[in-house]
Design a protein around this ligand. Structure first.
Ligand SMILES: Nc1nc2c(c(=O)[nH]1)N[C@H]1C(S)=C(S)[C@@H](COP(=O)(O)OP(=O)(O)OC[C@H]3O[C@@H](n4cnc5c(=O)[nH]c(N)nc54)[C@H](O)[C@@H]3O)O[C@H]1N2
Ligand SMILES: Nc1nc2c(c(=O)[nH]1)N[C@H]1C(S)=C(S)[C@@H](COP(=O)(O)OP(=O)(O)OC[C@H]3O[C@@H](n4cnc5c(=O)[nH]c(N)nc54)[C@H](O)[C@@H]3O)O[C@H]1N2
Ligand code: SF4
Ligand SMILES: [Mo]
Length: 824
């Protein structure tokens, strides 16, 4: 790949070529990246080249063109041929150069020399060689394995990207023998959404959406114009939806007037944790007023609507089509969920609930979407199920203008099979009987959850179920991003900690070893799309320059550690060779399934940066499911095909009566105290608010927020709250009435307390926030991460957030804590 690092064209020829074709290709040669990295031949005269990559700052995965002149990256634009970016970026995209040139980056592998750990304790890192670093890790892992304690090694990851990084971890765990390799951050992110969908339509995943063709959007607790995903694409879709004919009408529900609510047709400020009640009342109206989509849901045998408030219905009178349990749901829950009742719970006026329900129920196609505002509460699974059920009632599943699920790319197989390299210990070792440290999948823990990252710190500290020995992190910083991260600080004091971050985050400050990753502009990495429009798409990060420092791509760090583990595991990683070999094998899948843009090889993938196939193979139309036959959605699907491909529930239908929840009903009832009669239906459950205060506290994402990774980008931080004017700091939004009652004036310094901690900050009076709620973004209050992040703004909201999770979904209830506020 030698020529990646050399200008493909001279600057003059580049200008000519781009004027003529509108696009420039990078030509790829035969050398491996490693060979090229060994050569350092700076170009003599100013010459510009463009490499393909994807932005690293949020899960939108926008394709970018990276402009490099004489070995210096100086500009990032949206890739015009990339279906998510379409030549555009959100305000963070171009700031990617500042990530590459961040002056606070780690410059190479290091070990800690200060045995004391903790906040304010200088780790006194000293440089070591990669060989020493990798061997130190391998020695520890070999020793643990020899002692039969391999389960005491945990690998934690956050934003995994693809098969060549996070995708390698599962095999590492299986070959080495640890149930804790790897534990992802999904429960600290948005598993509540995934599990609500698993419970109702059988797809444990985020939805993909056809926003382009929808005519009504009902949004609950999702930052459509500041977060959700893919953010940049959503802003493009917003422009389309709001200017097409007919214009897409929008109702948005939140706890404060954010950009999304301000731009919507109707903005509803709801009491935190009560979205389920609102959704149930909307369902009630859709049924009593006969607005449901009969072709999808079914109808009364005689066509006469028997849904009347407070009155039970005979199940035998209704013929269900693609849904299960509608009449039972009505009888046990919905019949009493009138708009008047919901007004009492949500504080939203009955007339607004009625108007919203009528609009939503009588416009097709319509979609109800939700995210963390709805499910980051103790009752999140039921709130989420109630909202998603609205999509079934109006028939938007797999419909034009509706929602579907994201397909994966046609990747080729790995170079070698891990299964061929398992020794006896990997197959039958003592580790097999050890629970996961986070008690995922465990009767006494979280039987139904995907991950429980927020429990890892507290559990190892308490030695329940055991103490870890060694813990390694990839793109995850729980000391800062976990609720009540102070516990993690304590937990990491007693473990051997390895961080792969290129930056000095809070978790890195607790590390014994730093094995720094390349930044995203320096590495070759694959990344299939996050849920988008459903059809498959896979991007590639192509290095723009040679790594600035002595860093190593995380995928190769893992492979190199693997090579140093004794026995067949080491042989496996030697056969795997390196991450580039893995990616070349993935790309072989494109040879037999070329993308719409002609990508059919590793070389063409490097050149275009993206492979995609724009046809989603299935569509639901008027209550029938069809498969694309090459010309049209015309091949009718059998119920068995629908169940296998689309509605993956036990019944093969959308389940108001959830078979998945029912299958674990005894466990749910015993462990969570829920009622066995209704725990399988979307129903109203009072949220639990820990923390002990009188004010709700909500910490939404804002446009300039880059998950937990943007704190050291001065431009992003200074524009974080454009409306409220936060510059060197972030303001806490407080309603003027509340402020007056508490004797707090605009700009005052305040103290916010919960049962787990207290922080200080400055308030801004804002009429757009509910009087019972404080709102401020989480991207501030760092005590590490670099010169611009440190000591900026108020304390970190995570320190006053109580670690409460729902036992079913495992979702961390970030928006549930109640706090008190007083003048500091
Ligand atoms: N710009 C940007 N976009 C991102 C990211 C980023 O870092 N920056 N990160 C991505 C990631 S990792 C995720 S998980 C997604 C999250 O995407 P979202 O879930 O859409 O974002 P959040 O800001 O967590 O929550 C959405 C809204 O819920 C509101 N809310 C809180 N409690 C309640 C409630 O009880 N009811 C209602 N109705 N609303 C409530 C908040 O005020 C907030 O406006 O965003 C992704 N997109
Ligand atoms: N209080 C509060 N906390 C929250 C939330 C909230 O709403 N409120 N939201 C939650 C959500 S939705 C999410 S998704 C999580 C995210 O939380 P985490 O999963 O912890 O992820 P990040 O904070 O984005 O990044 C973690 C680490 O990655 C490192 N890093 C940056 N770039 C690279 C790289 O190129 N390579 C490697 N190897 N490392 C890198 C950074 O230095 C940082 O230490 O936070 C959650 N935490
Ligand atoms: S931050 Fe997200 S939305 Fe913005 S350009 Fe990057 S990937 Fe796209
Ligand atoms: Mo997230």
């Amino acid at each position: 790949m030698e020529r990646i690092f050399q200008p493909a064209l001279s600057r003059r020829r580049f200008l000519q070529a781009s004027a003529a074709s509108g696009a420039t290709a990078v030509v790829v040669g035969g050398q491996t990246l490693r060979e090229t990295q060994a050569q350092a031949a700076p170009a003599a005269k100013p010459e510009t080249k463009i490499t393909k990559n994807i932005c690293h700052q949020c899960p939108a995965r926008c394709g970018i063109d990276v402009y490099t002149t004489n070995g210096k990256v100086h500009a990032i634009y949206g890739n015009t041929d990339h279906p998510i970016a379409n030549g555009k970026l959100c305000p963070k995209g171009p700031l990617g150069t500042y990530i590459l040139y961040d002056p606070d980056r780690f410059k190479g592998p290091m070990k800690r020399t200060n045995p004391k750990k903790g906040r304010g304790e200088d780790p006194k890192f000293v440089p070591i060689t990669w060989d020493e670093a990798l061997q130190t890790v391998a020695d520890r892992l070999n020793t643990l394995r020899d002692k039969g304690e391999s389960h005491r090694f945990a690998l934690i990851y956050g934003r995994g990207w693809g098969a060549s990084c996070a995708g390698l971890q599962g095999d590492f765990g299986a070959l080495y023998g640890s149930p804790n390799v790897a534990i992802g951050h999904s429960s600290m992110c948005s598993d509540g959404s995934i599990k609500s969908k698993q419970a109702t339509d059988g797809n444990g995943s985020y939805n993909a959406h056809d926003f382009r063709n929808t005519n009504y959007l009902l949004m609950f607790g999702c930052g459509f114009l500041e977060a959700f995903r893919p953010y940049n694409y959503l802003m493009q879709m917003w422009g389309h939806m709001r200017s097409k004919s007919p214009k897409t009408r929008v109702t948005a529900v939140d706890v404060h007037m954010n950009t999304t609510l301000a731009a919507s047709d109707r903005a509803l400020l709801i009491k935190p944790g009560t979205d389920g009640a609102l959704a149930l009342a909307i369902a009630h109206v859709i049924l009593t007023e006969g607005l449901w989509e009969k072709s999808f849901v079914g109808d009364f045998a005689d066509g006469v609507n028997r849904f009347k408030a407070g009155q039970a219905v005979d199940p035998a009178s209704f013929n269900e089509k693609w849904v299960r349990g509608l009449i039972e749901w009505w009888n046990i829950e919905l019949k009493d969920r009138t708009p008047k009742w919901a007004e009492g719970v949500t504080t939203i006026f009955e007339r607004d609930i009625l108007a919203t329900a009528r609009e939503f129920g009588s416009t097709r196609p319509a979609m109800a979407i939700f995210e963390r505002g709805v499910h980051a509460h103790s009752n999140g699974i039921y709130n989420g199920m109630a909202v998603h059920s609205l999509n079934a009632l109006v028939g938007s599943l797999y419909a034009k203008g509706g929602m579907m699920y994201q397909m994966g790319p046609s990747y080729g197989p790995m170079p070698v099979k891990a299964g061929d390299f398992m020794d006896d210990y990997a197959r039958n070792g003592a580790w097999k009987s050890q629970p996961r440290i986070d008690l995922k999948g465990h009767e006494d823990g979280y039987l139904m959850a995907n991950n429980m990252l927020q429990e890892v710190g507290p559990n190892t500290l308490a030695g329940k179920p055991y103490k870890l020995d060694t813990i390694m992190f990839y793109l995850s910083n729980p000391v800062w991003t976990a609720p009540n991260g102070q516990v993690w600080e304590k937990a990491l004091e007693e473990l051997f900690v390895i961080d792969t971050s290129p930056f000095p985050g809070e978790t890195a400050m607790m590390a014994d070893l730093i094995l720094p990753d390349h930044t995203f502009l320096e590495r070759l990495q694959d990344a299939p799309t996050y849920p988008f429009e459903g059809w498959p798409l896979a991007q590639l990060r192509v290095p723009a320059i040679k790594p600035l420092y002595d860093t190593k791509y995380y995928g190769d760090t893992l492979i190199e550690i693997g090579k140093r583990i004794k026995g067949p595991m080491g042989e496996y990683y030697n056969a795997l060779k390196d991450s580039e070999n893995v990616i070349r094998h993935l790309a072989k899948g494109f040879e037999s399934d070329p993308g719409d843009n002609g990508v059919n090889s590793f070389e063409s993938w490097v050149e275009k940066g993206v492979w995609y196939k724009k046809r989603y193979p299935w569509q639901q139309r008027n209550g029938e499911f069809y498969e694309w036959d090459g010309k049209a959605y015309a091949r009718e699907m059998t119920p068995e095909q629908v169940k296998a491909q689309l509605l993956k529930t036990p019944s093969g239908k959308f389940e108001f009566r959830s078979g998945w929840l029912e299958s674990k009903a005894d466990w749910i009832a015993a462990k969570t105290g829920r009622d066995k009669a209704n725990l399988m239906f979307p129903h109203w459950e009072e949220p639990k608010h820990p923390g002990g205060g009188d004010m709700y506290m909500v910490t939404p994402k804002v446009a300039l927020h880059a998950e937990g990774r943007g704190g050291n980008i001065p431009q992003a931080i200074s524009l974080l709250q454009p409306v409220l004017g936060g510059r060197d700091q972030v303001y806490i939004e407080i309603n003027p009435q509340t402020a007056q009652r508490k004797g707090i004036a605009d700009g005052d310094r305040v103290r916010i307390k919960s049962s787990v901690g207290e922080i200080e900050g400055h308030v801004r009076l804002y009429e757009g926030v509910r009087p019972d709620t404080l709102v401020f973004p989480m991207e501030h209050g760092h005590w590490a991460q670099g010169r611009w992040a440190q000591g900026r703004g108020p304390g970190h909201c995570g320190e006053i957030t109580v670690n409460q999770s729902d036992r079913i979904t495992g979702q961390c209830n970030y928006y549930s804590t109640k706090v008190s506020i007083e003048k500091a």
